[in-house]
Ligand binder design. Sequence first.
Ligand SMILES: [Zn+2]
Length: 122
Amino acid sequence: MSSINLEKYRRLLVEERERILANLDDVENDISDADTPGQYELANYDNHPADMGTETFIKARDLAVRDNFRDIIGRIEKALDKIDRGTYGTCDRCGREISTERLNAIPHAIYCVDCQDIIESS
Ligand SMILES: [Zn+2]
């Protein structure tokens, strides 16, 4: 555990958070644009059912993307907190080490692969 380079992961996490926050901003702008009455009038002008469907689909997709970004940011915050508490790199569920391969691929991983599978399938 002592061999883990915490500063490297802290930097990766901070960079990832910045990148996702910028994307989250974009998505939130798209969502609030779609909510402006003027845009709706414009979109409804021709009133083709197909267009309406597309718009609803895009909105639902944007909301899902936004939730996903928020979820990842929450995990990044948790991972940064684990760095501060000195528990980074150990699984929050079973306490075993998370492999460095996994941390390199997903710096915000707070569970080992086994626990992640269990949580996602529950
Ligand atoms: Zn685990």
